[in-house]
Write a protein that binds this ligand. Structure first.
Ligand code: NDP
Ligand code: 8X3
Length: 253
């Protein structure tokens, strides 16, 4: 029987590339996000890969009721999820704490911490009753070191780091592995979202060096997911060659 993976935030970037990578690695896929048309488009693309089966679920991870409505009543054939990739997340804004926009803070906290928790809480009991499971949380180098103006985004990714460790401790006795992947700069819709649609400012982030692609990160996620069962790659930091820390990128402009 094929394994089933659920990837949150599959409409773009790392999540989309991960869904494609896992399909190629032999998984059937549950893909989620808020943009239904993009989910349908990705479903079509994935279904062309080795008769891979795909279920799309359109919901906002910030709304607990929506998460539960979708994940607690999965059709029987989709209920045994082997792998959860907690990827949905975002940064909004980049400003000192004294200029912080409360709504931006709430979007980040609600998505990156609470959303990840709602999804995990809805699915882990099924993994426990199945007697196995694997959760891969997408953290960030922003969860390993703080950078100026990154305050709340960094705090949410430090929370993901703490939750990855805590989940691992809580779930190890249930035969559930927990891993974390912490990328540096990846060129996706991330900066467009962070700068609220300012494409020029977003493009500037990636000028003068080669950032990671979504596929670079997806390849790492697939590697972790397909490692032998007794192996857990618990925490992986993956950076562009030109990046030494969140604030040090060697750019040739
Ligand atoms: P993208 O903006 O390209 O993708 C983000 C995904 O998250 C989209 O599919 C989006 O779907 C989904 N998403 C955002 N908010 C919600 C929500 N409220 N409910 C459901 N889905 C949501 O960015 P990335 O691919 O770069 O980001 C993926 C993850 O990687 C994030 O957790 C990010 O913090 C992390 N990361 C990114 C890095 C980078 O440099 N790009 C580096 C380190 C970590 P939709 O809009 O359809 O809801
Ligand atoms: C995304 C990477 O350095 O912009 O998490 O925070 S960074």
């Amino acid at each position: 029987m094929k394994k089933i993976a659920l990837v949150t935030g599959a409409t773009s970037g790392i999540g989309e590339a991960t869904a494609l990578g896992l399909a190629k690695a032999g998984y059937d896929l549950i893909i989620t996000g808020r943009r239904d048309a993009l989910l349908s488009e990705l479903k079509e693309r994935i279904e062309k890969i080795d008769e891979c089966k795909v279920l799309t679920l359109c919901f906002d991870v910030r709304i607990e009721q929506e998460v539960n409505n979708h994940l607690q009543s999965l059709p029987e054939e989709w209920s045994k999820i082997d792998l959860l990739v907690n990827n949905a997340g975002l940064a909004v804004g980049l400003s000192p704490v004294n200029d912080g926009v409360i709504d931006d803070w709430e979007r980040m906290i609600d998505t990156n911490i609470k959303g990840l928790l709602y999804v995990t809480r809805a699915l882990v009991p099924h993994m426990i009753s199945n007697g196995k499971g694997h959760i891969i949380n997408i953290g960030s180098i922003a969860g390993k070191s703080v950078y100026p103006n990154g305050n709340v985004y960094c705090a949410t990714k430090y929370a993901v780091d703490a939750l990855s460790k805590g989940m691992s401790m809580d779930l190890v006795n249930h035969n559930i592995k927990v891993s974390q992947v912490c990328p540096g700069a990846v060129e996706t819709e991330f900066s467009i979202v962070r700068f609220k649609g300012d494409k020029e400012r977003a493009d500037n982030v990636y000028k003068g060096f080669q950032p990671l692609s979504a596929t670079d990160v997806a390849d790492a996620i697939v590697f972790i997911a397909t490692a032998p069962d007794h192996v857990n790659i618990s925490d992986m930091v993956i950076m562009p060659k030109a990046q030494a820390s969140p604030v040090q990128i060697y750019k040739k402009l």
